[in-house]
Write a protein that binds this ligand. Structure first.
Ligand code: 3JN
Length: 340
């Protein structure tokens, strides 16, 4: 019989935490015991795990010696304190926050792109999960980078409110309901009204004029692709969509690649589904194609008429699933298969 593992999910009551539990059950991850952990306000709540219900336990009081793997999907301030604690207790942490992503000895992994980096979990006992907007972009670009070298990426994102967790979903739902009922709204989580609007800001502004979300895409792309020469120029935008991030990518490559060649490469790539024909609606959209799916979807592949080695494409993905929960579970699957 194959080995089974004791697993903890930290931040289990959040949008990503709940998705991690459901994906672990759905993919039959070899779980012996599973613990759902969260802050004191959630203790005693019940969460679904396959056909069972788990009682939420308090993170602060949990003894990480009881588990071999911990999947964290909490604030970076929680990861900062508890991930090293868990690693010191001998547990391997897969962390969804930005806390450790840019530390040199912590691997930052997208299984379709750099699965070999998982081996470096031994350095600190921590593996970092990239941000959702980076994951879907790199799953689409890796096959092209391997074939012709991507030198520059201009990207504009259209990110769903679930990227901000349950509070983002609540804010869009409340504002939409209020406005449809002729009531006024005032922003709370987001800096401006999100319902029926588009906000060119995700996360805090940095000194260089970009936002933190945008700079995450720059730094993470170079680390995951293991190529410090890749130039990335992002604009990250919040849109009034509940689930599914979209991205318009405009890339420049070292050698010319035709749209047809790119379409063919991407059609064979792992984790990618291409929907791309020159007729109405023959492209993927976040809501109608990506939600609930493992793959990222690519369409609108075309040669850039303004650049001899430019290529454009449209990429959509379920941000809570492949952008966070599934990517973490895929890392855990490789970890137990190849390293434990
Ligand atoms: O807004 C999105 O669509 C993605 C947001 C991710 C996010 C939100 C708050 C804090 C992160 C992240 O994963 O980078 C963090 C963080 O850990 O810094």
């Amino acid at each position: 019989m194959s080995k089974k593992f004791n697993v903890a999910v930290v931040g289990a009551t959040g949008a990503v935490g709940e998705a991690i539990l459901s994906i672990l059950a759905e993919r039959k991850f070899p779980v012996e015991k599973i613990y759902a952990l969260a802050g004191s306000q959630s203790v005693g709540k019940k969460l679904e795990f396959g056909k069972r219900w788990l009682k939420v336990e308090e993170l602060d009081e949990f003894d990480f010696r009881k588990v071999e793997i911990a999947l964290f999907s909490a604030d970076s301030s929680i990861s900062e304190i508890f991930a090293p604690k868990a690693a010191d207790a001998g547990c391997i942490v897969i962390d969804n926050s930005s806390q450790f992503r840019y530390e040199e000895d912590v691997p930052l992994v997208v299984p379709e792109v750099n699965p070999h980096a998982i081996a470096d979990y031994k350095n600190r006992g921590i593996i970092a999960n990239p941000s959702c907007s980076t994951i879907q972009m790199l799953v689409a670009l890796k096959p092209i980078h391997d074939a012709v070298g991507v030198t520059r990426i201009n990207v504009c994102t259209y990110q769903a409110v679930s990227g901000s967790g349950k509070e983002g979903i609540e804010e869009l739902a409340m504002q939409t309901a209020n406005l449809l009922n002729m009531k006024s709204v005032s922003p709370d989580l987001y800096p401006k009204q999100i319902a029926f609007n588009v906000l060119p800001q995700i996360d805090a502004f940095q000194e260089n004029g970009y936002t933190r979300e945008e700079m995450k895409m720059v730094l993470e792309t170079r680390k995951i692709m293991e190529d410090d020469a890749i130039q990335v120029n992002p604009t990250a935008v919040r849109v009034p969509v509940f689930f599914g991030h979209s991205e318009a990518l405009h890339i420049e490559t070292r050698e010319k690649i035709t749209a047809e060649q790119a379409r063919s490469l991407l059609s064979q790539a792992s984790g990618v589904t291409v929907i791309d024909e020159l007729c109405d609606g023959a492209y993927p959209t976040a809501v109608t194609d990506s939600v609930g799916e493992d793959a990222i979807f690519v369409g609108r592949i075309r040669e850039d008429i303004s650049h001899p080695r430019g290529l454009d494409m449209w990429v959509v993905s379920d941000n809570v699933r492949k952008g966070a929960a599934l990517n973490s579970v895929q890392i855990a699957e490789i970890l137990v298969k190849d390293y434990l």
